[in-house]
Design a protein around this ligand. Sequence first.
Ligand SMILES: NC(=O)c1ccc[n+]([C@@H]2O[C@H](COP(=O)([O-])OP(=O)(O)OC[C@H]3O[C@@H](n4cnc5c(N)ncnc54)[C@H](OP(=O)(O)O)[C@@H]3O)[C@@H](O)[C@H]2O)c1
Length: 314
Amino acid sequence: MFSGKRFSFDNIPDLSGKVAIVTGGNTGIGFVTARELARKNAHVFVASRSKDRGEPAVELIKKETKKDAVEFLQLDLQSLNSVKLAAETFLARNLPLHILVNNAGIMATAFEKTPDGIQDQFGVNHIGHFLFTLLLLPTIKASAPSRIVNVSSNGHHRAPPAGIEFEKLNDPNAHNSIQRYGQSKLANILFTIELNKRLSGTNVYCNSLHPGAIKTELTRGIVANWGSWTKPIISIIQLFLLTPDDGALTQLYCATSPEIEEKNFRGKYFVPFGEIEEPSAQGKDEELAKKLWDFSENLIKEKLGDDIFSKCYA
Ligand SMILES: NC(=O)c1ccc[n+]([C@@H]2O[C@H](COP(=O)([O-])OP(=O)(O)OC[C@H]3O[C@@H](n4cnc5c(N)ncnc54)[C@H](OP(=O)(O)O)[C@@H]3O)[C@@H](O)[C@H]2O)c1
């Protein structure tokens, strides 16, 4: 790590007694986030879609940090039932939850629908995290002071003209793959705004962020969608990108820095390395945020039943 950043791993406070979940904690900046939380004594759950990639990551974190309180939690954000089961599995442990980092994501994939019939980037990046967060919310509230960190992207500036074009979400011809990514990442910011409003009066601090442009596996969606000719171009671009260690700093800042509580940072959008920035005009649209919340709730109720959120607002 080079100097000049306003936040570094050394600034993470001791997290003894804290419990954290990091979605997509098996690779990329999610892995680094889980590893550094564990290094500072948090009990960390690596929430990951496959055992094959999740369990080795857990073992590696244990080895690198010499900490044992690291566990795998099976979570496939593509499947609402898997999200529900993951939340239930965690809740059955009767642990507190102080830090939820909604980090997992896919980018620029070819148009596909999830098994629940939801466009994949919107489904994985937004809807899955929306459900996961709400199912965990009573525990997060009961564990306050606590944090919810939604990993967005400056790619949210690429969302289509209306921001979230609800009626076109499942139209394969309405948007290109980058617009679909932008739309899902805008949804992360809008979810943060509305959730933060609903958390008013609590000690739950919910923020979103752009982590920087980082050399990770995120570009695999582009290669699979556009073809292997993109590989050498991506390799050259990646020479100029942040390392995953530096890319994880902004979400680690949101998840752990005492400044978040001292300065009462809520509903903010952060950029490297823990600076506040204004998102796009759409990313500040409170009406759109409310509309997205209602749309997401209704969509999930349609798939999982009307009582799915019955315990979430306790
Ligand atoms: N890299 C960048 O330059 C950049 C820039 C802006 C924002 N971001 C955001 O940063 C976050 C982390 O990305 P990254 O760069 O670290 O990418 P990455 O290396 O590709 O990691 C993405 C993680 O998400 C997981 N994931 C994907 N689909 C999932 C699903 N259906 N259920 C559960 N987990 C799933 C992946 O699991 P598997 O390993 O099993 O596939 C992996 O753990 C994303 O939200 C991304 O949008 C990244």
